[in-house]
Ligand binder design. Structure first.
Ligand code: GTP
Ligand code: MG
Length: 200
């Protein structure tokens, strides 16, 4: 296989892994609605890393520009973002997904229990899913970010603000961004409590 054909075949594998994870999440969400009259998931976003971003990350990490380092060193080629309604839904969705026999957990970063110093909150999982091909099975890594609507709101705006400015953000603005993340976190906790009381 030439390099271009191999690259296209690999992208197709990661695309299949995204579809697999998305379908699993949708089935979990629908099942939860039937059994508990509650949808833990507000919406799901998926993205396949662009060839340009793959190259940039290989260079940034100092890996050789080759298929093997791409497959072994870049674990976020397939990305799925799960935006949940309530705080408790984040761990619920993660636990339900990870309890499935064919899902393997490779890495977990809990930025909700331990937020980043800038205020960023999210649960990050890297899992691998089997993709069945004619004659072989490939285990493909997928980065899954699970967060509430409030965490997603903050992360989207913070990302946008960061990439908008060429200059360094002043300490006072960083401090206000962190403060807003903490306010949203308090709102998440309160809305969870209201939900629990209304469904008691
Ligand atoms: P990357 O090289 O960016 O993939 O980082 P990493 O491999 O160390 O992974 P990490 O789990 O820290 O972050 C992965 C992804 O989470 C990023 O690509 C962003 O989508 C998101 N993320 C992490 N930190 C922040 C943050 O401070 N702000 C925002 N808006 N998003 C973040
Ligand atoms: Mg990334």
């Amino acid at each position: 296989m030439d390099d271009v054909t191999e690259f296209l075949a690999i992208r197709q594998l990661y695309n299949a892994a995204i579809k697999q994870v998305r379908t699993k999440l949708e089935i979990l969400n629908d099942g939860f609605q039937v059994e508990h009259c509650h949808n833990p998931i507000h919406h799901i976003e998926c993205r396949l890393k662009s060839p340009g971003s793959m190259l940039e990350k290989l260079r940034r990490k100092g890996y050789p520009i080759e298929m093997q380092s791409l497959r072994e060193g870049i674990l976020d080629i397939a990305g799925v973002r799960v935006v949940c309604n309530y705080l408790n839904d984040v761990n619920l969705v993660a636990d339900l997904l990870l309890s499935q026999d064919d899902i393997r957990l490779l890495k977990k970063k809990d930025f909700i229990s331990n937020p980043k110093p800038n205020g960023y909150r999210s649960l990050h999982l890297i899992v691998s899913v089997p993709i069945f091909l004619a004659g072989t099975t490939e285990h493909i890594p997928v980065e899954i970010q699970i967060r509430t609507i409030a965490m997603d709101y903050w992360a989207s705006l913070e990302h946008h603000l960061k990439y908008k400015t060429e200059n360094d953000v002043s300490d006072s603005l960083k401090c206000r961004l962190k403060h807003d993340a903490d306010l949203l976190s308090a709102i998440d906790a309160d809305l969870q409590d209201i939900f629990c009381q209304m469904n008691a």
